[in-house]
Design a binder for this molecule. Structure first.
Ligand code: BES
Ligand code: ZN
Length: 918
């Protein structure tokens, strides 16, 4: 034996012993941990099934779809189709799993690697997970292959999937696939990360317009009645962005400065109503191309108004769909508010063509930032660029920031980054908190790192992930890099991963020529409870009396509970204000002396409108939470805001006054309501007299909106002058055969609502007949809202019946009428609540059990109550109609009722006394 061999043998002996001892040791460990292992397994099994089986396996990846849809029988509400999907198989499998729901699969074949051999398969449906399993008699090997499927389906009436829409007698069909409804129109890998190319062919009746994401490549006549359209292949993209529409439409068109062909499709005979959106889009598309540093990648962009539309708008690549009221502008009938909304919605959906369509989130978790909230922020940037006269950023604070801060102060709120296990949960988090806080965090970030770094970071991010999927952290990475701030995601995560936002308790002390500021943070809760468990990293900008519109000090509260800051060179004659321009998402509690010092800056408007907004909105929230008296708030309004003239500030004040009057519907003292109404009318009298009823020459574009707001609110509060004038104008209008030119669209709502309030049968019939004859959805919504605003119970009942008359009121509009009736007064609210309790099964079946309309029904109606008994009814209602989707809303409503009750109990007496001595 060679020396070497012996040594080797000796080593083997030694190895053998070591091997045996390892085995013994492992066995001992296995015995010891076995129970834990079993526990772990059993514990994780349910988790696996509920969380992961909704997701498709990643062993099969689609790359290309050839989709054929035959909609030639759309009037019978049926369609059939075929889809061939090129797939790559990464592991040997014996079945192919993909998404499909409510479709009848009529044929299944599989072809491996372009061979001529086909295997025929069978299908198993899994309706819980909305999947199908294609089974074949043999295994499917690693490599490339193609699945061929044929299927049939119904063109449904549920406002998603492939659904029907009707305009007068014209029947059409269209798609709405986000978040997970493409699977209801064709079998597919329906998750955002399975991006692929789509070559779509549609057969449709000849007399209808047929549109798809891409331009038409070829068109041929099949018989006398139908055409088959073949469309260009799409870029690589997610299934939720596929779209097609078939129906009666007219259009207007233009080309933007990059030569993209833009069209706006409108109902027949109304193409002029598309012009405003068309010119807006033609300006915004190149603006984004420049801002993002990437051209819009398709050669055409269609935007279409769909008569039946569940949400507001949908960003399908190259074919954006809109609710009519968010796309059409009629020169005679539309208000300035409609124009502004159309501009914002168009800007929002165009932003998605990059943010969402080109670069897409990996999974719906990251939706809060990558998608809708980013779009909800940048829509303001784009509208400000195109229509600087709208002063749109000022309005951001009352329309977006304020609306998210109210629900985010509830215990039942949620962080904006939440985990999503299945697509149906997405709708649940699509609320004011997600949209509003998400876009407010981006506003904060943009202000913090500056526009240039922000733009550069974004554009690098988009370039790196174009045609791919990504996660939020990748955006943070690029923004951190572009701004040279490594701690960015640290700061941001305190806002995105934590629930709520902070309350800053501020104190100051003069130290010679310097000011010592002490700031302490706690979570702000609407019911006044103290919560010290959370802390935020807060950039704080401060302005002073001598520089009221610039950031004189930039402080940073580094997640500490309490911190002191010495502000140099601030003489005692200076006031200081935190949260310049209301960019931060926090409330400030100033000591009385600091607040009083700010009052002249509010009165003489040296403080910006956003800062005037900010001060009163914080004082209101503090009073509501019991940290201040409501009388302090009412006094502040009277002394500092009586001469206010800014739309944003008034919107906020009126939102608060409205809440207070809805609480006083339940006042214990019999004169509180009336005293309060006269306080309100007195507060608004100055602005009412200043802006009057008729447009003044060359007035700013916010004035018509301010006028409408003030007139409506004066009408609601039974202000005599408003009532008389509204009746006069309405009678004149009726006598002149309802000539629309007689009433400026901006004051139309105020007139309708005011005459309805004290109206009789004749008024009701008149408004109803105007509704039935109205030519635009915008006008119809105005009239529907007014029909629900009668004081008299008899007409309220008639309105309730009318709301649910399905031939007169579209499915998407029932809620608008219902909310209007509930918000009108206590009686209307109770009527609606009884109706909901008696008809909940019907309401659920109209919208489906996972539709966001249900959330709005729950949150708007019983959320207006006060008493414990009503709260118990809400609880009981949830027990009778359990639906996990509504769990959060029910908690929110119960909390809201409790807070409203606290306000009444804590403050009615002091408010009554204050109002009495006025
Ligand atoms: N992508 C959304 C619409 C959407 C979100 C549909 C989630 C289904 C599930 C679209 O971009 C959007 O945000 N639409 C808004 C209008 C927008 C202007 C804020 C809507 O529909 O409310
Ligand atoms: Zn969006």
């Amino acid at each position: 034996m060679k020396k070497l061999d012996r040594k080797l043998f000796g080593d083997v002996c030694c190895w053998f012993k070591t091997f045996i001892s390892i085995i013994v040791f492992l066995l001992a460990v296995a015995v010891a941990v076995f129970p834990f292992f079993i526990y772990y397994l059993t514990r994780s099994i349910p988790k696996l099934s509920s969380e992961l089986t909704h997701r498709l396996p990643t062993t099969i990846i689609p790359s290309n779809y050839r989709l054929y849809i035959d909609s030639s029988q759309l009037e019978q509400f049926v369609f059939h189709g075929t889809v061939d999907i090129d797939i790559q198989i990464n592991k040997i499998v014996n079945e192919i799993i993909l998404n499909s729901f409510d479709l009848n699969i009529t044929g299944v074949r599989y072809q491996q690697n372009d061979t001529d051999l086909f295997s025929y398969g069978t299908v198993e449906y899994d309706n819980v997970y909305e999947q199908i399993r294609l089974k074949f008699s043999h295994r499917i090997n690693i490599g490339h292959g193609r699945v061929y499927l044929s299927f049939k389906g119904r063109i449904n009436d549920q406002l998603h999937g492939f659904y029907r829409t009707k305009n007068h007698e014209h029947i059409g069909a269209c798609t709405q696939f986000e978040a997970a409804y493409a699977r209801r129109a064709f079998p597919c890998f329906d998750e955002p990360s399975f991006k692929a190319n789509f070559s779509i062919t549609i057969r449709a009746p000849k007399h209808l317009t047929t549109l798809c994401n891409m331009p038409i490549k070829s068109k041929h006549a099949d018989d006398n009645n139908t055409y088959t359209y073949e469309f260009d292949s799409t870029p690589i993209m997610s299934t939720y962005l596929v779209a097609y529409v078939i129906g009666h439409y007219d259009y207007v068109e233009t080309r933007d400065s990059d030569n993209v062909l833009i069209r706006v499709y409108t109902p027949i005979g109304k193409k002029e109503q598309g012009l405003f959106a068309l010119t807006t889009a033609a300006k915004i598309l190149p603006f984004y191309a420049e801002y993002f540093g990437i051209k819009y990648p398709l050669s055409k962009l269609d935007m279409i108004a769909i008569a039946d539309f569940g949400s507001g708008a949908m960003e399908n690549w190259g074919l954006i769909t809109y609710r009519e009221t968010y796309l059409l502008v009629d020169t005679h009938i539309s208000t300035q508010k409609t124009r502004q909304e159309v501009a914002l919605v168009v800007a929002h959906e165009l932003a998605h063509q990059w943010f969402g369509n080109l670069v897409t989130m990996e999974w719906w978790n990251d939706l809060w930032l990558n998608e809708d909230n980013f779009a909800s922020w940048i829509e303001f940037l784009a509208v400000d660029h195109v229509y600087p006269e709208y002063d749109i950023w000022t309005q951001f604070v009352s329309d977006t920031l304020a609306t998210c801060m109210i629900p985010d102060a509830l215990q039942s709120s949620h962080p904006i980054e939440v985990s999503i296990r299945k697509p149906s949960e997405i709708d649940e988090i699509f609320d004011d908190i997600t949209y509003g806080k998400g876009s407010s965090v981006i506003r904060l970030l943009h202000a913090y790192i500056g526009n240039e770094a922000f733009r550069r970071g974004l554009s690098n991010y988009l370039a790196e992930y174009a045609y791919k999927n990504t996660i939020t952290d990748n955006l943070w990475f690029h923004l951190s890099k572009a701004s040279n701030r490594t701690h960015l995601s640290d700061v941001l995560s305190t806002w995105t991963k934590q629930i709520g936002y902070p309350l800053l308790m501020v104190n100051q002390e003069q130290r010679g020529n310097d000011r010592l500021l002490t700031i302490e943070q706690t979570r702000f809760l609407a019911d006044g409870t103290r919560d010290d468990s959370l802390k935020w990293k807060i950039p704080i900008n401060i302005c002073t009396k001598s520089s009221p519109n610039s950031s004189v000090f930039q402080l940073y509260l580094n997640g500490e509970k309490k911190q002191e800051f010495l502000l140099k060179q601030v003489p005692d004659t200076e006031w200081i204000k935190l949260n310049l321009f209301s960019v931060g998402i926090y409330r400030v509690h100033y000591p009385q002396s600091m607040l009083e010092a700010l009052t002249p800056g509010i009165q003489n408007h040296t403080l910006s409108p956003q800062d005037r907004f900010n001060i009163q909105t914080d004082v209101y929230a503090l009073a509501r939470a019991g940290h201040l008296g409501y009388v302090d708030y009412l006094k502040l309004l009277r002394y500092a805001y009586k001469y206010e003239d800014n739309l944003t500030v008034w919107k906020s004040i009126i939102r608060q006054l409205t809440e207070l009057s809805s609480i006083f519907e339940y006042a214990q003292l019999n004169n509180t309501k009336i005293l309060y109404q006269s306080y309100v009318c007195d507060l608004l009298s100055n602005i009412y007299n200043k802006i009057g009823w008729d447009a003044l020459p060359n007035e700013d574009s916010q004035i018509p909106m301010l006028r409408s707001l003030i007139l409506i609110y004066m009408g609601i509060n039974a202000y005599d002058q408003t009532r008389i004038e509204a009746h006069k104008r309405f009678e004149n209008f009726s006598m002149q055969n309802n000539d629309y030119h007689l009433i400026n669209p901006n004051i139309r709502a105020a007139i309708y609502l005011t005459v309805a309030k004290t109206g009789n049968q004749q008024t009701f019939d008149q408004l109803k007949s105007l509704y039935l004859k109205a030519d635009t959805q915008e006008e119809r919504i105005r009239l529907l809202t007014a029909l629900c605003r009668f004081d008299d119970e008899y007409f309220q009942r008639q309105a309730l019946i009318f709301i649910w008359n399905t031939t007169a009121v579209r499915k998407q509009d029932h809620l608008t009428g219902f909310a209007s009736l509930a918000q009108h007064n206590r009686q209307g609210c109770e009527m609606c609540w009884t109706y909901m309790q008696n008809n909940w099964n019907k309401i659920e079946s109209i919208y489906g059990r996972h539709d966001s309309h249900l959330v709005h029904f729950i949150e708007t109606v019983p959320g207006l109550f006060i008493s414990k008994e009503r709260a118990e009814e809400v609880q009981k209602f949830y027990t009778n109609y359990p639906n996990p989707y509504l769990e959060r809303s029910v908690k929110k409503v119960l909390e809201q009722i409790r807070i409203r009750r606290l306000v009444l109990e804590r403050h009615e007496l002091s408010i009554n006394e204050f109002l009495n001595v006025q």
